[in-house]
Design a protein around this ligand. Sequence first.
Ligand SMILES: Cc1cc2nc3c(=O)[nH]c(=O)nc-3n(C[C@H](O)[C@H](O)[C@H](O)COP(=O)(O)OP(=O)(O)OC[C@H]3O[C@@H](n4cnc5c(N)ncnc54)[C@H](O)[C@@H]3O)c2cc1C
Length: 498
Amino acid sequence: MSGPAMPKPDAETISRRAEIVADMRIIVPGEGVVDTDVEMRAFESDGLTAYRQLPLVVVLPETTAQVARILKYCMDRSIRVVPRGSGTSLSGGALPLEDAVLLVMSRFNRILDIDYANRTVTAQPGVTNLAITHAVEQEGFYYAPDPSSQIACSIGGNVAENSGGVHCLKYGLTANNVLGVEMALISGEVIRLGGKHLDAEGYDLLGVMTGSEGLLGVVTEVTVRILRKPEAARAMLVGFPSSEAAGQCVADIIGAGIVPGGMEMMDRPAIHAAEDFVHAGYPRDVEALLIVELDGPGAEIDHLLARVEEIAAKNGATTSRVSTSEEERLSFWAGRKAAFPAVGRISPDYYCMDGTIPRKELPRVLAGMRAMSEKYGLGVANVFHAGDGNLHPLILYDANKPGELEKAEAFGADILRLCVEVGGVLTGEHGVGVEKRDLMPAMFSEADLDQQMRVKCAFDPNHLLNPGKMFPQLRRCAELGRMHIHRGQMPFPDIPRF
Ligand SMILES: Cc1cc2nc3c(=O)[nH]c(=O)nc-3n(C[C@H](O)[C@H](O)[C@H](O)COP(=O)(O)OP(=O)(O)OC[C@H]3O[C@@H](n4cnc5c(N)ncnc54)[C@H](O)[C@@H]3O)c2cc1C
């Protein structure tokens, strides 16, 4: 596999493959084990398709007991495990390893409980994000976090990545909407964190688990909060002559105390790509477009729309249009939600970055990106969760041209370093995975990383769960004296330790 260095495959595990596959078939009878190269191709990458690797074997369990048995089996034999939901991660979190079992949770696809009195849904982790809303919308409820991939991504994957979406500005990320999980540990033990209640005693392990990217355990059940659908919602398209003016407008709206249901920005290349693809009615003669949605009681929306229009005009908006029907509101969003596939039509390949910055730094970061685009000779289209300061630059490249992927990777790394430099962070919602793993020291001190590693060691002392993701080095577990040495062998001897 090209791309980031991964832990050296364990030759002993690979030599025992036939035996491991046979044992997996005993634990998961029927069609839950996939071991031919042709069939495993479907699992060789996630949404970060630049990197591919066939796993040792793919296992699709159906019950928590099976997950627990697989994990215990792997722990007893020092076999690595990569958990996977729907495989839409954009940071390579579900990238397989040659010597690891790929534990796919997609057959955990049932909604287990809908509790309107407590306003919760309990679902198996393979249930898609959108299916939760579909299950409760007839009663006027919905699940608020709405990643653009919501039709496909799993709720277990959302917990593992702490996913966000356009409506998270007002309603919070996954972390703010998950109330409880059941999870299997690498030891095969099954634990419950949180529940239907609002707060739990003891350490906030649910908070630790949310965003843990498959490194601490395998989520086997999720309880989320559902919300009553707002009485009404209207969206507004506002065009600007520059991204800087649009960025200032975003800051002014938030500064005025208005928290829209969603506030997204697209730059010219993204606007044109989306408009050509879904014909959402976006203006083509602007450099930046804001989609601002206000929700709540009708009278409140009218009042806030007028205030937003006023703020936009002060910032030099050249076009402004408010949705007049639910159909039109959804079409405004359709362009934004289809922005990634739309950009896929204008470039053979694109590399989606995910950094977060303080809102006021947007002009500086955009100017920096323009300079980088010239330096690397690669185009970039931008979509932002503008209200959250979460950027998604899409770097355009052609993987068939030698050296372009490496240039795109270097361009992306420069963007993320700039995000950190202006006071932001490496990721808003897509996770660290393999993509940003080696940039972690740009953001965290050694002491920070040590402390995070201690948490990892407490859950998975032998580094069997999703190794090679998130942490740039495994050295600290050894230095802390908590790494398990199996038959005198140091795990991952190839990974530098200092
Ligand atoms: C077109 C497109 C648009 C996207 N838009 C957004 C967006 O708007 N917002 C956003 O936040 N993300 C977005 N994403 C990224 C992705 O959809 C999310 O990260 C999503 O949460 C991943 O879910 P998944 O089920 O596909 O997980 P996977 O890709 O299968 O896995 C992701 C990570 O979670 C771990 N994992 C998965 N299931 C479990 C489990 N049951 N237990 C423990 N660990 C597990 C894996 O090990 C891996 O580290 C987008 C992706 C695409 C392709």
